[in-house]
Design a protein around this ligand. Structure first.
Ligand SMILES: [Zn+2]
Ligand SMILES: [Zn+2]
Length: 324
């Protein structure tokens, strides 16, 4: 099969011919039709996440056709593969409904080969059925940007005025869910990024502007999607007493020190790590009812490096997706 391979961090992906993967017991074999590109992929390429298997096939938002099924999926079914690829099922986190924190978790496109390839294998217990309403390339961004964004939204509690800072793949999905729930969305972008701000308004945001300066009113919560540590004290300044700042990315530049008074008043800072299968089932059931529409920019497999660079430069409107 053809695959885009990462030989070592800080190298471009390389188009290579690789042996077809073989499904082990419990795994299904999938012909990849679309695979979303995520900021986490950039963090792996840049060496900011420390434990990738190497060489590695990136990609953890896979939508494809099952070639060899198992007990949950039959040949011809459509399956979605997310970031959470395997857990041990018996650590204190798995046993308490927090498999996203599993001590031994393995992640797709990081410790397990992912979907920047013609074929992929996956533990079928962690795969999802893909809602029929979505074409392959429009479903793919739901599988990480959507469902980890959804988890972040849930962890923001019942916030009515909610900031989404970094208006990329995740925020453009979460904005639609939050708006449908009757919340008011305040979209924070880089100063002067008028394209992103207009995009956010078109999806229902009541305000869009410079995230560091913030909107003209106090917020109940802010979800920070951009990997920019400065946004954390900025967001703390913008939330009311008892409000929460949720850091939704897997990696962020250092958070600058800030006076304790910004945290005072029972303000909370927390991160969101990974996903549970329950998060996925919930979001995939909810998305078609909103209905969430994903805006995608598609690239052929061999242009994975171009897709990553456009994402790095903040040039992608919505989500970048490789299509095969
Ligand atoms: Zn576990
Ligand atoms: Zn991701």
């Amino acid at each position: 099969m053809r695959a885009m391979v990462l030989d070592a961090p800080r190298n471009p992906l390389r188009l290579a011919e690789r042996p077809d993967p073989v499904a082990e017991p419990g795994q299904i074999l999938i012909r990849v039709r679309a695979c979303g590109v995520c900021r986490t992929d950039l963090h792996v390429v840049d060496g900011e996440l420390r434990d990738p298997k190497l060489p590695l096939i990136l990609g953890h938002q896979i939508v494809g056709e099952v070639v060899q099924g198992g007990s949950r999926f039959a040949p011809g079914d459509r399956a979605g593969v997310p970031w959470l690829g395997w857990t041990d099922g018996d650590c204190r986190y798995c046993l308490s409904g927090r498999e996203n924190l599993c001590d031994s978790a393995r992640f797709t496109g990081y410790q397990l080969d992912g979907g920047f390839a013609e074929l992929a294998v996956a533990d079928e217990r962690f795969c999802f059925s893909v809602p029929e309403a979505y074409a392959d390339e429009h479903a793919a961004p739901l599988l990480c940007a959507g469902l980890i964004g959804y988890r972040a939204l849930r962890l923001a509690g019942d916030a009515e005025a909610i900031g989404l800072y970094g208006f990329g793949s995740s925020a453009h999905i979460v904005c639609q869910v939050a708006t449908a729930e009757g919340r008011r969305v305040f979209a924070g972008t880089r100063a002067g990024d008028e394209n992103a701000q207009a995009f956010a308004r078109s999806l229902g945001a009541v305000w869009a502007g410079d995230a560091l300066a913030g909107p003209p009113e106090e917020l109940d919560a802010v979800v920070v999607f951009a990997p920019v540590g400065e946004l954390v004290p900025a967001a703390l300044r913008q939330i009311r007493k008892g409000g929460v700042v949720v850091c939704a990315g897997i990696h962020m530049s250092d958070i600058p020190s800030f006076p304790y008074e910004l945290l005072w008043g029972e303000r909370v800072i927390r991160s969101v790590a990974n996903l549970t299968r329950e998060d996925g089932e919930e979001l995939l059931a909810l998305a078609p009812t909103v209905p969430v529409r994903t805006e995608v920019e598609v690239f052929p497999l061999e242009q994975a490096n171009e897709a990553l660079e456009r994402l790095r430069r903040g040039e992608v409107r919505g989500s970048a997706v490789l299509v095969l």
